[in-house]
Design a protein around this ligand. Structure first.
Ligand code: ADP
Length: 212
């Protein structure tokens, strides 16, 4: 049984596949709450001890160590819950950027109940690099600044992140073609996740009847 774990949809895909773009839009729809691990990291004070570690890794295209990642992410999620920005009884959590390796998938298990994984598939690496370059100008991101760093992130994705899919039952994974205008991709993502709202509602109803 899901217990008190947060009911979650994972947005999954390579850098530049559009997880953040889709997540932000979906997060505006009542009943969904979007949280991007990269955004959590970028919101930290860069001069704090954790901020320095995170900058050191992310600006060179490497994964931030798992202990720091999980601690910072969980603390942020707890704060959002305490402040009722995220309301676990009403909202499905839309996570993007975590878990990013198999160890993280293991570590987040106690916190989240994964209802579905939406895998944004983009086989055209040049298209993704193009998106990342546009984002670099718009958002002034250190990790988008150089071609070397971008290529390293793709490498890390193939080596460490893609295998995360093996940690979940196949029937939870939906592939969505990430090429095309954001509105087209959005329609396809919504077709997959809207039915989850009903699942979420039924589970919460059952839990409150059981007094969980
Ligand atoms: P993208 O949209 O390109 O996938 P993100 O904004 O999700 O990028 O993440 C930016 C960087 O932050 C990553 O390249 C990585 O260095 C770091 N990062 C984000 N999430 C995680 C995570 N779960 N574990 C380790 N590092 C992470």
């Amino acid at each position: 049984m899901a217990g008190n774990r947060y009911q979650t949809v994972l947005l999954f895909g390579a850098p530049g596949s559009g997880k953040g773009t889709q997540g932000k839009i979906i997060g505006r729809i009542p009943g969904f709450f979007h949280l991007s691990c990269g955004d959590v990291f970028r919101s930290l004070d860069i001069n704090s001890t954790e901020g320095k570690v995170i900058y050191e890794y992310s600006s060179t295209g490497r994964l931030v160590p798992d202990d720091v990642t999980i601690r910072v992410w969980k603390r942020h999620l707890d704060a959002l819950t305490v402040l009722s920005h995220y309301k676990p009884y009403e909202d499905i959590l839309i996570l993007d950027g975590i878990p990013r390796n198999q160890h993280q998938a293991e570590l987040v298990k106690e916190h989240i109940d994964v209802l579905q994984i939406v895998h944004l598939v983009c086989r055209d690496e040049d298209a993704m690099v193009h998106r990342i370059r546009r984002r670099a100008i718009r958002e002034n991101r250190a990790d988008d600044a150089s071609e070397d760093v971008i290529r390293r992130r793709f490498h890390v994705y193939e080596e460490e992140t893609r295998p995360v899919l093996e940690c979940y039952p196949k029937e939870l994974i939906s592939e969505v073609d990430a090429i095309g205008p954001p509105s087209d991709v959005l329609l396809k993502v919504l077709n997959n996740i809207v039915p989850m709202q009903n699942t979420h509602f039924q589970t919460k109803l059952k839990q409150s009847a059981e007094g969980a």
